[in-house]
Structures are given as structure tokens and as C-alpha cells.
Design a protein around this ligand. Structure first.
Ligand code: SAM
Length: 178
């Protein structure tokens, strides 16, 4: 079985868009407890490197590390473990909310933007970026930025994502390169 309900969201996204290709190199940001990594391995991805603030039980052959993605040493560490540039950077990261609407929104957007900047910095040309985002606020400007760097950018709301949540997944394919 899967370790998370989130696994079903990635399954739906991948059934629709076929992002997890055998032989691809994948980075999983906010990977605990490991559901997305499980789906990636099950779909034939050989090289998966994941990171989370929380410890993750091993899922061989994936490399899973416990670290803060916003630590400047994290990105280089992920690339080193992966042994090269990723074909896919996927982020399901969500910060703990503090209950103050504006603060929470800024923290969430900061994390999504950090994931996007990282993806643009490291992806192979033609690569893919997937990120959990939230409708409204700054998400429109993120989409605008993604459109400058990727040939196709879309919003996906998986059925497994609660209808009453504002969660959406941004899927950007065809990285144009640096
Ligand atoms: N995709 C995962 C799965 O299928 O098992 C579920 C991910 S869960 C919705 C979001 C995760 O993001 C949490 O485990 C949280 O610890 C992690 N996270 C939040 N901020 C982070 C950060 N700065 N660095 C690394 N992970 C972070």
C-alpha cells in the first residue's frame, strides 16, 4: 500500500500527463512519508532522490535525505546524490501553517518559488516541474514566470485532492533551458 493519500494525486497526474518515464532522474521535494517516491519507483523511475524536514523510512533504490530544502546546501546535495541533472523536479512541499492567513500565504509562496527557482537552475532541457500550489494570490505570477521557461504550463486539480481545498498542482513541461 501507499504511505500517503498524496500518492493517489501523483498517480492521477501521471496517468493524465505521463511524467514518470523509465530511466528518468527525479527529485522529490517534501517527500515524507514517501508516497510520491513509491509511485515514481513503481512506474519505473530508477533514480529518485527525495528530501524532507522529517525522516523517511527507506525506499530502495531511492536516496532519501532529511534536510530543509531552503538550506542553501540542500540543492547541491540533491544533485550530487542524483549524479547529474534531473528530468523531473516534483514538489509536494507545504509548510506548517501558523494560523495567520497572510503569514501562511507568504510562507507557502516562498517555498513554491524556491522549488521553481531550483528547477529552472538544474533541470535538463525538455524537463518537467510539478508543484503543489494554492489558488489565488501570487500563483498567477508564478504561472507567468513558468511560462517564460517552459513550453506548456497547466493547472491540475486531482480528484484525490479535497474539493474544498484551494490546492492545485502546477505542471510545467518542456523546459526551454538556461
Ligand atoms: N508527497 C508526499 C507523499 O506522497 O508522501 C507528501 C508530502 S506532505 C503533503 C508535505 C511535506 O513537505 C511534509 O512532509 C513537510 O515536512 C515537507 N516540507 C515542508 N517544508 C519543507 C522544507 N522546507 N524542506 C523540506 N521539506 C519540507
Amino acid at each position: 500500500g501507499y504511505r500517503s493519500r498524496a500518492a493517489f494525486k501523483l498517480t492521477e497526474i501521471d496517468d493524465k500527463l505521463r511524467l514518470l518515464k523509465p530511466g528518468a532522474k527525479v527529485i522529490d521535494l517534501g517527500a515524507a512519508p514517501g508516497g510520491w517516491t513509491q509511485v515514481a519507483i513503481e512506474r519505473g523511475v530508477k533514480d529518485v532522490v527525495g528530501v524532507d524536514l522529517l525522516p523517511i523510512d527507506p525506499l530502495p533504490p531511492a536516496h532519501l535525505i532529511q534536510m530543509d530544502f531552503t538550506d542553501p546546501e540542500c540543492g547541491p546535495r540533491l544533485i550530487e546524490l542524483l549524479g547529474g541533472a534531473p528530468d523531473l523536479v516534483m514538489s509536494d512541499m507545504a509548510p506548517n501553517t501558523v494560523g495567520h492567513r497572510k503569514t501562511d500565504h507568504l510562507r507557502i509562496m516562498g517555498l513554491i518559488e524556491a522549488a521553481m527557482v531550483f528547477a529552472i537552475d538544474v533541470l535538463k532541457p525538455g524537463g518537467t516541474f510539478v508543484a503543489k500550489a494554492f489558488q489565488g494570490g501570487e500563483t498567477a505570477s508564478l504561472i507567468g514566470e513558468l511560462k517564460r521557461h517552459f513550453t506548456d504550463v497547466r493547472n491540475v486539480k486531482p480528484k484525490a485532492s479535497r474539493a474544498d481545498s484551494s490546492e492545485v498542482y502546477l505542471v510545467a513541461t518542456g523546459f526551454k533551458g538556461r
